[in-house]
Design a protein around this ligand. Structure first.
Ligand code: NAI
Ligand SMILES: O=C(O)[C@H](O)CS(=O)(=O)O
Length: 496
């Protein structure tokens, strides 16, 4: 590809390149703009509307005005519109993937895969819209009837990260819309283009004006918009995916209005390989779990624990597999490791690597910041042996392509090490022993446990963490719970 030509010049439907925000059903230019860059080349892709607190107030008002009509639609009517949105997302999978690779960097096949993953939440909740069932309860006297209603919670807000520019939006917006709630989205400043294109397709699907707004903003204005969304008493639910640090800030900002919260925060996933594991399967799972999105997912393995009896064999096999990775621009054929999202992300990987080596770790493969490649945001997929608990990579989420491998002797030692973190999102282990599978699966303090797998997310499973990895679950039928309120109706004088 000619690196001087923007990758977005190849969009099949150029009208999907939106750079104004979506506010109250209208594309809104606002005053200032902020630049969006391609992390692989550093090329400026677009200047996008830079909204602030005032527009956030307008979007909330528009959502509140649109809410009665949206919740008055039947579940089937909302389901049909969501299904149409799903169809449009899939029809435009190539363009959405191109926008995503351009602004986030993940290889194009992986980006297209995320489009299908993100769209699957819309498909799933188009169906779940028709299953928001209440119930009747046994009356405690014959003159009364007792009912439980489920009603849409109200105006919802979503603040989303850059690492899954579509899926982290649809995983929140789809259940909200399905339940009958309008949504105000604040996408990550690093990846607004995918969000805006998805919103355009939502409008084409028939989402009414005001029901969906997308407030694009730079980092500074994102904070201002977040304060308005948190402080508003009209906003009854806030869903956030991102760092635990920001999750704490938003949680505190929401306290005065006692807002319902869904928080998908940071992780520190362990990946345990026992002596009885199928090593080839474990290596494949390890590669998938560590290097998806160049290690920039909250469920990527952060720490590998390998039992002593297979430690050397696993490290050798894993390093050989990692050496096959191809690092480069996500638009190039065969590339499966794209750039990191920004220079600060590269610095964090380098910091964790330097700290580990200084404390006795050895680089088995990789270890280089490819500063001369593209915009200088590429880092070799790296495997470290002889990692120990005192290293930064043992307690901080690296969020990059660094795989430290720790050695352990006993099952109890592995469980204790795996649980020695304030995080509890995803965890993985490999064993062929059925008793161990249940013992370890039950003992790991995580919201999700992959056994003999390295990738576990899909739209119909409850995705979420415990401890400081968040609150609530997204996806699955549980994913509707945060968007409905339960109302108890007690009807008397039945016999009059
Ligand atoms: N649990 C999960 O599913 C996920 C967790 N993460 C975590 O997020 C981190 C990396 O993603 P980032 O996007 O850098 O996270 P981040 O927390 O810095 O930003 C996430 C979003 O929050 C916004 N934001 C940041 N500070 C804010 C504030 N004070 N008020 C309002 N909005 C604010 C950003 O503009 C962005 O849209 C990692 O720690 C990763 O583990 C990321 C993706 C998924
Ligand atoms: O934000 C993330 O890292 C995603 O939630 C990971 S997944 O849903 O694609 O597994």
């Amino acid at each position: 590809m000619d690196m001087k030509t923007s990758p977005l010049s190849l969009l099949k439907d150029p009208s999907l390149l939106k750079t104004d925000a979506l506010l109250g059903g209208q594309w809104f230019a606002g005053g200032a703009r902020f630049a969006v860059h391609d992390p692989a080349t550093g090329l400026k892709l677009a200047d996008v509307a830079n909204l602030g607190a005032k527009e956030a107030e307008l979007a909330i008002a528009a959502a509140n005005e649109a809410w009665p009509a949206w919740k008055a639609k039947t579940a089937k009517e909302r389901s049909t519109i969501l299904r149409q949105w799903f169809d449009l997302l899939m029809q435009h999978q190539d363009d959405l993937g191109r926008l995503m690779t351009a602004e986030q960097g993940k290889p194009l096949p992986e980006a297209k895969g995320e489009v299908a993953y993100g769209a699957s939440f819309v498909e799933w909740f188009a169906e779940e819209a028709k299953r928001v069932n209440g119930e009747t309860l046994p009356q405690f006297d014959n003159n009364r009837r007792l009912l439980v209603l489920k009603q849409p919670i109200g105006v919802c807000a979503a603040i989303t990260p850059w690492n899954f520019p579509l899926a982290m939006i649809t995983r929140k917006v789809a259940p909200a819309l399905a339940a009958g709630c309008p949504v105000v989205i604040k996408p990550a400043e690093l990846t607004p283009l995918t969000a805006l294109a998805a919103a355009e397709l939502a409008l084409r699907a028939g989402i009414p004006p005001g029901v969906l707004s997308v407030l694009t903003a730079d980092a500074e204005n994102s904070i201002a918009i977040g304060k308005v969304l948190c402080a508003s008493d009209v906003v009854r639910h806030l869903s956030f995916t991102g760092s635990t640090e920001v999750g704490r800030i938003l949680m505190a900002q929401c306290a005065p209005t006692v807002k319902k919260l869904s928080l998908e925060l940071g992780g520190n996933a362990p990946f345990i390989v026992f002596d009885d594991a199928d090593l080839d399967s474990a290596v494949e799972g390890a590669f998938a779990s560590k290097y998806r999105n160049a290690g920039q997912t909250c469920v990527c393995t952060n720490r590998f624990y390998v039992q002593a009896g297979v430690y050397d064999a696993f490290v050798a096999k894993f390093a050989a597999r990692v050496k096959t990775a191809k690092v480069g621009n996500g638009f190039e054929d065969g590339v499966n490791q794209g750039p990191l999202i920004e220079p600060a992300a590269v610095d964090k990987v380098q910091r964790h690597l330097d700290d580990a080596v200084a404390k006795g770790a050895s680089v088995v493969t990789g270890g280089k910041h490819l500063a001369e490649l593209g915009a200088g945001q590429f880092f070799e997929p790296t495997v470290l042996a002889n990692a120990t608990a005192g290293m930064l990579c043992a307690r901080e989420e690296t969020f990059g392509p660094l795989a430290p491998v720790f050695r352990f002797e006993t099952e109890q030692e592995a469980i204790a090490a795996a649980n020695a973190t304030e995080f509890g999102l995803a965890s993985y282990f490999y064993s062929r022993d059925v008793g161990r599978i249940f013992r370890v699966g039950e003992a790991l303090e995580y919201g999700m446990v992959g056994v003999n797998v390295g990738i576990l997310a899909t739209e119909h499973v409850p995705f979420g963490g415990v401890k400081q990895s968040g609150l609530g679950r997204e996806g699955s039928h549980y994913g509707m719970d945060d968007y409905v309120e339960i109302k108890y109706l007690c009807v008397g004088d039945i016999q009059k």
